[in-house]
Design a protein around this ligand. Structure first.
Ligand SMILES: [Zn+2]
Ligand SMILES: [Zn+2]
Length: 101
């Protein structure tokens, strides 16, 4: 189950469960769409690409599978990226599609 982290790791913008601009990598490193553009779709922690984070239903449509029963994480991970170091890290990776990294 996804953690649904509460904010962007780089800029700390709030990303509530229904945020349509939340992006995650396969390890759930969580960023806003603007920061993913800034990072050139290269996760600074793993080098993978990002996808839109699925939105967990707020209401119980079936089996209690909703945010009321499975609430989002409230543990903030605010670790601003060193953009100069990231530019070097991403220089090669950004040219490779995520499915070939
Ligand atoms: Zn951000
Ligand atoms: Zn990652």
């Amino acid at each position: 189950m996804l953690e649904l982290r509460p904010s962007c790791e780089h800029c700390n913008q709030a990303l509530p469960p229904a945020a349509e601009d939340a992006r995650i990598c396969s390890f759930e490193c969580t960023f806003c769409a603007a920061c993913v553009t800034l990072l050139e779709n290269v996760c600074p922690n793993c080098g993978g690409g990002f996808s839109p984070r699925p939105i967990r239903p707020a209401r119980n449509h079936k089996g209690d599978n909703c945010t009321a029963h499975y609430p989002p994480s409230n543990t903030v991970k605010h670790r601003p990226v060193d953009l100069a170091a990231h530019a070097l890290f991403a220089a090669r990776l950004r040219q490779i599609a995520p499915n070939a990294r």
